[in-house]
Design a protein around this ligand. Structure first.
Ligand SMILES: Nc1ncnc2c1ncn2[C@@H]1O[C@H](COP(=O)(O)OP(=O)(O)OP(=O)(O)O)[C@@H](O)[C@H]1O
Ligand SMILES: [Mg+2]
Length: 444
């Protein structure tokens, strides 16, 4: 018998831990979700605990060789959007949690990652045949693509130790199907598949394995309806990097975001487009047609991290017959949209109190960047006037509107202006310099 030192109550819904049991989780308010778990020395080995006293050693940074920290430890994913999100690339021995809703394309992107670099794909959900079909469908090379069908974390450990540095990348799909303990019954000493404690312990073992063997491990994690990673919050603390893969399932656009990164910035995004051939990096979003100016449409360039991206804003301004006119904003912040409607009413003299206003960002992405204010304003004004925005370098090509709109209708330069302008010019577009939204009248 292991000596049980302590027990802890873990919420199966949100993963928070409590010292005492209660019928309702104090954090997420779900009922009957708290489960008791033993914490023993064996289950949670802490670095140093097992060493004898004489061996404790303090490391001098000045004596640690620098090569351990140089770029040799970072290698490219061979997928440029992926590299950007990770910082420079994959860090050896690191653990990346790759989270996303069901069916969003997690397995597809990680299959592409292994296909391009070689590696081991641990299939907890699918069979090797299914993965083989996917690899062929995506046109990837099956050479250097190994599959381990298992739900056992111990087996992953054995394979990695046996193969000793053959793999640079290991994908575990998914953490919810991994188990420490007996996989025959589907329950280990720590509870069944997907339970908070299993997820936590499996992740803990995988982190240890990555550090020990130097392979980079990508762990797939499903997210709950609320958008959290199913499993304990602790999971996010244990891994080096947390990525979220998201997008509208109806649309084909996918955004890869980083919410934690021990090796790089967290404000980068990668944009992908889903097709039969898999996910490919996207430079500019859904610009329908030939680039000619259309009624109710304006082009802008948004910045996400250091990435600039051309997007189209569409607006529909129609006479309202309701006592309260409708305001629908999709892809932009509701309050920001309302504010811009008010400024348009005041400064451009549009009688929007008797008009319904709909604004959307094409491609189903969300922009959180005041640099697109001017384009939102331009799209609304164009729809109201029923005329396209017409100033362009080449005939009829829509100009790019960039700028933040103040309450007084002034237009201000925004962060990354030069980069945005350069991107627009590279796409053969003109960026008019505008100081006040009143000048939109000259463009229509
Ligand atoms: N045989 C196929 N042909 C074309 N598209 C496919 C095919 N199989 C899958 N897809 C597309 O790939 C999408 C994502 O699949 P993928 O398995 O990568 O998602 P996932 O995030 O791993 O899902 P899950 O949470 O179920 O594991 C599917 O929704 C579908 O649009
Ligand atoms: Mg999958």
């Amino acid at each position: 018998m292991k000596k049980i030192l302590e027990t802890v109550f873990v919420c199966n819904n949100c993963g928070n831990e409590f010292a005492k049991w209660s019928g309702q989780c104090p954090t997420c308010k779900s009922w009957n979700a708290l489960q008791e778990f033993p914490i023993s020395n064996n289950q949670f080995p802490i670095k140093g605990k097992k060493r004898s006293l004489g061996k404790i050693e303090v490391k001098k940074l000045s004596e640690i060789k620098e090569e351990n920290n140089t770029n040799q430890n970072v290698f490219s994913t061979q997928i440029s959007e992926f590299d950007r999100v990770l910082g420079k690339g994959i860090v050896r021995g690191s653990v990346v949690l790759f989270a996303g809703e069901p069916g969003i394309g997690k397995s597809t992107l990680l299959t592409q990652l292994v296909g391009k670099n070689g590696g081991l794909y641990v299939a907890g959900e699918e069979s090797a045949e299914q993965i083989n079909l996917r690899v062929r469908r995506l046109g990837l090379s099956p050479e250097r693509f190994d599959v381990l069908e298992t739900n056992s974390v111990e087996e992953i450990g054995q394979v990695l130790e046996r193969t000793n540095n053959v793999y640079k990348i290991v994908v575990v799909d998914s953490i919810q199907t991994m188990l420490v303990g007996s996989t025959v019954t589907g329950t280990g000493t720590l509870g069944s598949f997907g339970s908070v404690n299993q997820i936590r312990e499996s992740t803990f073992r995988l982190v240890e394995l990555a550090k020990k063997t130097g392979v980079a491990i990508f762990i797939v994690g499903h997210v709950t309806k609320e958008g959290d990673i199913a499993g304990p919050k602790l999971l996010e603390h244990m891994v080096d990097t947390v990525l979220y893969f998201e997008g509208e399932k109806k649309g084909d656009l996918r955004i890869l975001r980083v919410s934690k990164n021990r090796f790089g910035p967290t404000d980068e995004v990668g944009v992908f487009q889903m097709s039969d051939a898999g996910l490919s990096g996207v430079r500019n979003l859904n610009l329908s047609g030939s680039g000619e100016s259309k009624v109710g449409s304006a082009i802008t360039i948004v910045m996400e991290g250091t990435r600039s991206m051309m997007v189209e804003i569409q607006a529909l301004v129609t006479e309202s017959f309701a006592s309260m006119p409708t305001r629908v904003f999709s892809g932009i912040d509701n309050n920001r949209g309302r504010l811009l409607v008010a400024v348009a009413q005041k400064v451009l003299g549009m009688p929007l109190w008797k008009y319904d206003v709909y604004v959307s960002v094409t491609g189903g992405i969300r922009v959180d960047d005041t640099g697109c204010d001017l384009a939102i304003m331009g799209a609304m004004y164009s729809s109201f006037k029923e005329k396209p925005i017409k100033m362009g370098g080449a005939q009829g090509i829509a100009p790019v509107l960039i700028g933040e709109v103040s309450l007084l209708g002034e237009v201000k330069k925004v962060r990354g202006w030069e980069k945005r302008e350069k991107e627009a010019k590279a796409m053969g577009r003109v960026v008019p310099i505008i100081y006040s939204i009143g000048e939109l009248k000259n463009l229509i």
